[in-house]
Design a protein. Structure first.
Lengths: 75, 187
């Protein structure tokens, strides 16, 4: 039985650390040092956070009907 | 401050796209925009000109989005965690990543790609696949930058439950964005 946390445990710890801003514990850091897949997940979680907060707003414009309705309310 | 009659043409589309990237349907986004403009009209005496009108109205809209998720949470009974976008079982085989679900290399310039309009569209589609509460947790925490305790309060869940919702959101979004944006199969 391994003393190190599993990939499943580490993926949870990565999410919690990202959220709390607290550093990872020693066992999780050792796991990361030998597990390329979990290192990749850490990078990808961070990238999703980066993109979610910076990605440009896309999509359709406000409909003409809604514009007319709101304009009437603002008169 | 500019005339309220000009606000819809000046800011309507940008505010609508902001709302649409954070709530699931166009009707709700339209309602949020309408509420935002009405609130701005009622409180325009409080606009000091320290920021642009668009920034000020975006602040009002962000409060409306927070309230939207608070209302949604009150109307939706708290479900067992296992019913919220499934569990992480799909991704693991015992202690390790399953071969099929193991994260792949996203190659290229993923940081640049994560700021593109294509990423934003893929993120929206992937958020649509999550349950309302899991998506709401991610949107409020990661896209709106609301403090964790405030998000937990708005969603009516204990802090530990919020951590699980955010973990599920990250795992599902990671997998969905990999398939649909960063590393689609056959690419």
């Amino acid at each position: 039985m391994s003393l190190l946390p599993s990939c499943r445990d580490v993926s949870k710890m990565l999410s919690e650390a990202l959220d709390s801003g607290r550093p990872l514990g020693l066992h999780a850091r050792i796991h990361l040092s030998i597990c390329a897949v979990c290192r990749r997940v850490l990078a990808q979680f961070s990238l999703i956070r980066h993109g979610a907060s910076r990605a440009p707003e896309t999509g359709p414009a406000l409909s003409d009907g809604a514009k007319s309705r709101i304009k009437a309310l603002l008169k | 401050m500019t005339e309220p009659a000009t606000w819809v043409d000046a800011y309507g589309d940008r505010l609508f796209r902001y709302a649409l990237s954070r709530v699931r349907d166009g009707g709700s986004a339209e309602d949020l925009i309408q509420d935002t403009f009405v609130t701005a009209l009622k409180s325009r005496d409080r606009f000091k000109g320290d920021s642009s009108e668009l920034t000020w109205m975006t602040g009002i809209l962000r409060n409306k989005i927070f309230e939207y998720y608070r209302r949604q949470a009150k109307e939706t009974p708290l479900r067992p965690l296992d019913e919220e976008s499934g569990s992480e079982q799909d991704f693991f085989d015992g202690r390790h990543w399953s071969v099929a679900a193991a994260p792949r290399d996203w190659g290229g310039e993923p940081a640049k790609s994560a700021e593109s309009a294509e990423f934003a569209a893929a993120l929206r589609r992937c958020l649509d696949a999550l349950t309302e509460k899991v998506a709401g947790a991610f949107i409020l925490r990661e896209m709106e930058g609301v403090a964790a305790d405030e998000v937990a309060g708005a969603l009516g869940v204990p802090p530990g439950h919020l951590a699980v919702l955010l973990y599920r959101a990250r795992m599902r979004l990671r997998s969905c964005l990999e398939k649909n944006h960063f590393a689609p199969e056959g690419a």
